[in-house]
Write a protein that binds this ligand. Sequence first.
Ligand code: HEM
Length: 453
Amino acid sequence: MPDLLKPFPAGGTFNRRGWHALAHLPTAGGAPFWADFQILRQPLVFTRRVEQHLGRMARTVIGGQPQVLLLSAGALESVLLDRDRVFSSKGGWTSLMGELFPRGLLLRDGDEHRHHRRLLLPSMKREVLQGYLQRMEVPVRSTVQQWVQRAELPGLGLPAMRHLALSRAADLLLALHDPSEVRSAEHDFGALVEASTAMLRLPLIGRRWARGLNARTRLVAQLKSLTAARRAHPGPDLLSQLVQARDEEGRRLQDDEVVDHLVFLMMAAHDTTASALTSALCLLAQHPEWQHRLRLEVFQEDPKQDLMPRMAARQQMGWVIREVLRLNPPVAFLQRQTLASVELEGVRLPSGALLTLAPLHVQRDARWWPDPDSFRPERFRASELPHPFAWAPFGGGAHRCLGQHLADAQMRLVLGELLLQARWSLPLGLSPQWRHAPITHPTQGGPLLLQPL
Ligand code: HEM
């Protein structure tokens, strides 16, 4: 194995050879944790400054290791499509997620990844999605009623969106209904996601990293016993589909593999959707004219029409969702590692180099999006993108988000219910600020104000 490819343990020593092997790239800060801090605090200010002064490819140190920061749509396209199979998702994501979400789909590469993805794909087929959506309709409606009765949602709506997304994921994926079990899963998934940004990865009691590892242990135990129960008595949930799935040779997933997929899927499904919904609510609160346009669209529907085609027909809502995900992609940065020496955008990168790709930067690039920081959903009236990877909130290529259509349908359902029941706004003078790591979320905690229609 080339030296740069050696797995770098959490808290491991800095890879000096890797840093020198990238010496032909301009340097965007080589001090430990400096770039991490910029990315946590003000990622766009940081990446725009890098592009302005150094260009769209630079070396830096992120997560205690040398990284190549890639800021162009072309780099996103080449790396994610990975035509020569030289970019590893597993290698890229291991330092952030390896210990917390081992063997999830994103942490597998090549033939092994294809094999597992094929086993998971049937659980996201159109007919299955239709069933998921129908199961969500009534609980979403009653949750929205409760929100409207409360008249305000703290934390700009994020805790409420997290609770909704997690309880729906717990139902669709696991058929988990007991409120105390859902609450404990919510707490543990929260700790896992938080832990993925812990800079100090030592198992000190009470620290973010240690809390994440403990949460994982509890979740694995909970999911193992659920897996055994669903093998004995399958239900309508995704877990039951996974335990029954067979490949071409009739081989099925082992219990440990099922649990690894579930931990990753639950995390991938709920926090991203909650982030996107929170951004949508805030942006629609700041742009009441768009809230009004969407409300008219939803009021004009035939409520007797089937749910899937009804959701799909919400054209202006589709533009708003795309614009929300452009401005505030829940996953603002993606990780990969080179498996061989490669030429990217005319620059040679050594084998084993860690890459940080930046959908957030590309999706706010004035080259592709005029007036890039403004909320202008009608820019999606034209279905053609200015560049195939100028909009990539769900990634692309072999690892493209498995839950994209589910997430889109769920957002349409929740926004539609809210539009039918309430008008919402922010307190006067409150302008939300955002952090983009580990998942995009608002930094301050003002209320989102709901007024019944
Ligand atoms: C708005 C909501 C969502 C966003 C923005 C989002 C974003 C993403 C992105 C960017 C990736 C690719 C990461 C990479 O290539 O490094 C990804 C992968 C993935 N997502 Fe999502 N996601 C969302 C919702 C969901 C949902 C609801 C599910 C499951 C039900 C899900 C399951 C997955 C899985 C399993 C992968 C890994 C796919 C693979 O490696 O083959 N996601 N997601």
